[in-house]
Design a protein around this ligand. Sequence first.
Ligand code: SF4
Length: 272
Amino acid sequence: MQTSGPRSRPLSLALLQDAVLRWYDANGRDLPWRRTRDPYAILVSEVMAQQTQVARVVAYYERWLERWPTPAALARAPLGDVLSAWVGLGYNTRALRLRETATIIARDGWPRDSAGLRSLPGVGPYTAAAVASFAFGERIAAVDTNVRRMAARLQTAPQSLLPQHRHADWNQAAMELGAVHCRARAPRCDGCPAAQWCPSNGLVVTAPRAARGTGERFEDSDRWVRGRVISGLASGAGLPSDISAERMTRVLQALQRDGLVTVDATGVGLSR
Ligand code: SF4
């Protein structure tokens, strides 16, 4: 819903790009994966950040690269070790897909563009564009939720915002701007470097957060049990004992289908 607010100037792409890049140069967070062009390091950071907050990812990212600095090193690692290192990030199939991708890259080398990267396990359009942009310099918009929302408020397409030069920096800047200023709820238009060209400046009114419909707690979800099973097997503590047999059977079957655990006559273990 929108109400009346400040008027914006007609969109001047060059001026807007320049203002946003200057803002990013002065304000961008110093994240370790922004200091490298190593496609493997960038891929690790992007996969970890898919469903986990950036602040939590940094320590995992640094430990991961210290332990498995190359795709070949990760490809050789037992899956149990990989899943153990992932405990706490959640959505463990991401670790499985990352190791599969490392195995392919160790064997075949890197695809050099976003189209080739999209063929890798667990690599969708956004991740492929991010790796192609940050590691290989491809001129492509990396469109995550933040960038999509910001472009919509600027009433333009994300790809059309991409400058001719510094396009990798632009991708980082656009993501940062979407996360810091152009937030889904209560955007901070004051101080936003795009404000003077933005038709939505001061006009975005977000609805109150909807009440949770079902009232289901996280502890009631199978995802919670999955995380505890992986964590228990990785640490050697074994399966959690407070889960009903029926629920445990359902979760173990799903984990087996995903290739994360094996169940045989000797018991349950992390896949190798
Ligand atoms: S002025 Fe407001 S709505 Fe427009 S891009 Fe900036 S934060 Fe988003």
